[in-house]
Design a protein around this ligand. Structure first.
Ligand SMILES: NC(=O)c1ccc[n+]([C@@H]2O[C@H](COP(=O)([O-])OP(=O)(O)OC[C@H]3O[C@@H](n4cnc5c(N)ncnc54)[C@H](O)[C@@H]3O)[C@@H](O)[C@H]2O)c1
Length: 397
């Protein structure tokens, strides 16, 4: 395994401390052992800065505050009053009005990028150039090419890059992946996934170039389905705009230029075809927060069985499955097991501190990004678009 720099530094630091203490003879053996044991149980905290103090920061910051692997040192927003407010609310020592001020301010090792979708690529690049590990909200970049360049840059600088979403981390995802791999469902044939709501009304970037419902919403289903069925070989899509004008807080009416309604057909190879339906015009009688969503939003059908995820893949409530041998639907995997959709950056910090690798990888995030850009090309041309990117599959659930 390729251990992160932070992990190897920590291990060698402990080894170094042990060797020095023994050499100087300043510690009795018993107190030395108890000191080292205590050090082993005190997790290393990664000095962390958060950029983007809008809506989703209210979800991330409480998780980061509770995470034993994170020391929150700074927050930043180009709307400085937002950075100041989050610094006060979450007792973060420093706040900055832009990335350059942040980079030249209090030192940190790990940047969490929660800015507008259009800003991610440039901010992620700047942070990697400055030698910071990066967790980015989706998308990591605006194109596969740019995303691959960022990953290359990260490797050159010996830092790590990850991106949301983390649907592959849930126990329900793991249950379904194991069910698919077990052969109980027979030959896997088809899958369907859906996710939508009525669309955000607090920022216009969701509807402008670089935004759209594909990178904001379909990205969850695409991560789940590629995680369950493997990388996609080709994509056919239809994308439309259902609501060409929207009202946004503090802005008034704006024009919608990116898809707010999407249907994608994905060919995973070996005959397996899946379908994703997603958009910003979905009234949901079950509510928005996921807790009331009892339908199967991810459905996988095979020649001998079926498995469905109860609730949204970012906050699943269980899994139901049935086979020819046992045709009654049975519900299992109903516990969250500590999984939260907001914990991706905390998992990344844990990886930096301990070497424990999350299931989520930048390679899969970039593959999903290629599906999104291919879907747009398909919709614009009426053609099926072949893909070239891959990621290591199956995931080690
Ligand atoms: N809001 C949610 O519930 C939610 C959930 C999951 C994922 N996301 C993702 O999180 C990201 C942010 O979404 P949001 O809803 O928080 O948007 P938002 O508009 O509420 O917040 C974005 C913040 O980033 C700041 N910002 C923009 N450019 C910046 C820059 N160059 N430097 C510093 N700050 C900058 C803005 O001023 C704003 O405060 C998006 O990628 C979105 O898809 C949001």
């Amino acid at each position: 395994m390729n251990l992160p720099e932070a992990f190897s530094t920590e291990v060698s630091r402990r080894g170094f401390a042990k060797a020095s203490l023994l050499a100087t003879g300043t510690f009795a053996m018993s107190s030395l052992e108890s000191t080292l044991r205590a050090a082993e149980h005190t997790p290393r905290r990664i000095r962390t800065g958060v950029i983007g103090c809008g809506s989703v920061s209210n979800q991330y910051l409480p998780v980061l505050k509770d995470c034993p692997f994170v020391e929150l040192v700074s927050v930043c927003d180009i709307r400085p009053e937002r950075a100041r407010k989050q610094a006060e609310t979450y007792q973060v020592g420093h706040h900055y009005p832009d990335i350059e001020a942040m980079l030249s301010g209090v030192p940190f090792d790990f940047l969490i990028d929660l800015t507008d979708m259009q800003a991610h690529e440039a901010i992620n690049r700047r942070a990697l150039q400055a030698g910071k590990h990066v967790w980015s909200e989706k998308p990591i970049a605006n194109s596969l090419k740019a995303g691959e360049e960022l990953l290359r840059l990260a490797r050159q600088r010996s830092v790590r890059l990850w991106g949301a979403p983390i649907t592959v981390q849930s126990p329900q995802f793991a249950f379904m992946a194991r069910k698919v791999a077990s052969g109980d469902l027979g030959r896997i044939a088809a899958a369907h996934a859906f996710y939508g709501h009525e669309g955000p009304d607090w920022s216009s970037f969701f509807y402008e170039k670089g935004g759209g419902s594909l990178p904001d919403l379909a990205v969850y289903n695409l991560t789940s389905l590629t995680g369950l069925l493997g990388p996609v070989r080709k994509v056919t899509a239809m994308l439309t705009i259902v609501t060409p004008e929207r009202s946004i807080h503090e802005k008034g009416n704006i024009r919608v230029t990116e898809e707010d309604n999407a249907m994608l057909l994905l060919d995973h190879g070996k005959g397996v075809i899946s379908h994703v339906q997603s958009g910003f015009n979905y009234f949901n009688p079950h509510g928005h927060d996921g807790s009331g969503e009892k339908r199967h939003t991810i459905q996988i059908t095979g020649s001998r069985g079926y498995v469905g995820m109860v609730g949204y893949d970012w906050a699943p409530l269980g899994v139901e499955w049935a086979t020819m041998d046992r045709p009654q639907l049975m519900r299992e995997s109903t516990e969250s097991g500590g999984y939260l959709w907001q914990q991706g950056a905390a998992l990344a910090a844990e990886c930096l501190a301990t070497g424990k690798e999350p299931l989520v990888t930048p390679e899969q995030a970039l593959h999903v990004l290629e599906i999104i850009t291919a879907a747009r090309a398909s919709s614009a041309t009426g053609r099926t678009i072949p893909l070239k990117s891959h990621f290591r599959w199956p995931l080690p659930v």
